[in-house]
Ligand binder design. Structure first.
Ligand code: E4P
Length: 221
């Protein structure tokens, strides 16, 4: 399973990338707005830090402008995945960009039928939003299960399932069990994955016993 990090904070991305856990990055207009910086500068910087796919989202809603924006974004770096919303214009843009060899991430997916449309339009990634479905009382993880099942029914579809709107380590665990190809994680959730009370307790006990020996590993006595 690949881990993408869902942020436009370049320092955060740089720090997490040094752990070797960051296979790619997703951004969206809200995350870019939060930086207070220019879209293209932020995206170019992220692409220089991470070699895997970096999703950059168009903000137009009509096909012609979306296509022009998508082409402009794709020109910024070779590892850009252009993100388009799941609308008919977005799907048309997905098809045109994908036919041209640009990776496209179709975002704001909330149903298995939408996921099928994106795959037929040639999307490299489909982004089902787990947390936002949970927010309205649905079971977001069921959608990941369903998309996995449907895509597996049609092996000619090679769109990868990118579990998005992940809000907790438990979401990640379930997405991995469901066979999502990728999960995009907010930095805080990625950092939480390492934590377990028994790891901390065990380490404290080892260190306390070690201290009693008075030894250090790197010296002779
Ligand atoms: C994914 O590409 C989106 O940027 C993101 O996962 C949305 O998450 P949210 O619903 O927590 O805002």
């Amino acid at each position: 399973m690949q881990f993408f990090v869902d942020t436009a904070d370049v320092d955060e991305i740089r720090d997490l990338a040094s752990t070797g856990m960051v296979d790619g990055v997703t951004t969206n207009p809200s995350l870019i707005a939060k930086t207070g910086r220019h879209f293209r500068d932020v995206i170019k910087e992220i692409c220089a830090v991470v070699s895997g796919p970096v999703s950059a989202e168009v903000t137009a809603t009509d096909f012609e402008t979306m296509l022009a924006e998508g082409q402009g974004l794709a020109d910024l770096a070779p590892n850009i995945a252009v993100k388009v919303p799941l609308t008919w214009d977005g799907l048309k843009t997905c098809k045109a960009l994908s036919d041209d060899g640009t990776a496209v991430n179709v975002t704001l997916c909330f149903s298995v039928n939408q996921a099928l449309l994106a795959a037929k339009a040639g999307a490299a990634f489909i982004s089902p939003f787990v947390g936002r479905l949970d927010d309205i009382g649905h079971d977001g993880m069921e959608l990941i299960d369903e998309i996995r099942e449907v895509y597996d029914n049609y092996p000619d579809l090679d769109t990868r399932i990118l579990a998005a709107s992940i809000r907790s380590p438990s979401h990640l665990r379930q997405a991995a069990l469901s066979g999502a190809d990728v999960a995009t994680l907010p930095p805080g959730v990625l950092r939480q994955l390492v934590e377990h009370p028994l790891t901390s307790k065990g380490l404290d006990a080892f260190l306390a016993d070690w201290k009693k020996t008075g030894q250090t590993i790197l010296s002779e006595n």
